[in-house]
Design a protein around this ligand. Structure first.
Ligand SMILES: *Cc1c(COP(=O)(O)O)cnc(C)c1O
Length: 214
């Protein structure tokens, strides 16, 4: 069940930060409740649960974000149905987007800020080369970077991890003379710290549920 104070919760998030509800825990009824509260951005991380929800809400003003690892054998089914991709993590996927996507896809690169803990995402050491290649694909509109912090990190470590993504972003902007305005970072337990470190998109799952306990 969606928390009863969802409207005031959503209002508590700064205006310049976009709330993306990670909808993997929520069915179409929950999503409808959230939409009635003014939330329009939803992030799915699995193709199989995304597709029926997409069909159900077809024609509404919902914006679909894909936030999980997108397997290439399933990418074809989703690439023309989403509004944002947060998890570009391979050049093979970049190539597919460029071939399959009908119009530009606003895209964030998933970065592995903590290489040994987080296997998903592009390593910081490989990022410049990766961006250089991605910029060659006209269908990819690169808008920023995404990350997941390590589970169970101390507050200090979380600050450090989120700041690292921001610093990496700043370097890429300089190096390529581009703008990467979006930082997608922060989940239910760490979003406040992510916002302090410059998050512009937060992906919240559990915390929008009535059952969530801090
Ligand atoms: C599930 C999920 C979230 C949200 O997680 P919560 O801890 O429930 O807020 C954020 N990002 C991704 C990629 C997810 O899969």
């Amino acid at each position: 069940m969606i928390r009863k104070d969802i409207k005031s919760f959503a209002k508590s998030i700064p205006n310049n930060v976009k709330l993306v509800v990670a909808s993997k825990y929520y069915d179409v009824n929950d999503i409808s409740v959230l939409m009635q509260s003014g939330i329009k951005d939803f992030g799915e991380n699995r193709v199989d649960s995304f597709l029926p929800k997409y069909d159900y809400f077809k024609g509404s003003d919902i914006r679909w974000h894909f936030i999980g690892h997108l397997q290439r054998n399933k990418a074809k089914k989703v690439l023309n149905k989403i509004d944002f991709l947060h998890s570009l993590d391979s050049l093979e996927l970049a190539k597919m987007i460029n071939e399959i996507r009908e119009k530009e896809l606003p895209t964030l690169i998933e970065v592995s800020v903590n290489e040994e803990e987080n296997k998903n995402g592009v390593k910081i050491a490989d990022l410049e080369e990766f961006v250089e290649e991605v910029l060659k694909y006209p269908k990819i509109k690169l808008i920023g970077l995404m990350m997941m912090a390590i589970d169970g990190s101390s507050e200090e470590s979380l600050h450090h991890q989120f700041a690292e993504l921001r610093n990496v972003r700043d370097k890429l902007e300089k190096k390529f003379s581009i703008k990467l305005p979006e930082l997608s970072m922060g989940m239910s337990h760490d979003y406040k710290i992510a916002i302090e470190e410059g998050a512009t998109m937060i992906r919240l799952g559990h915390i929008v549920s009535e059952e969530y306990k801090n």
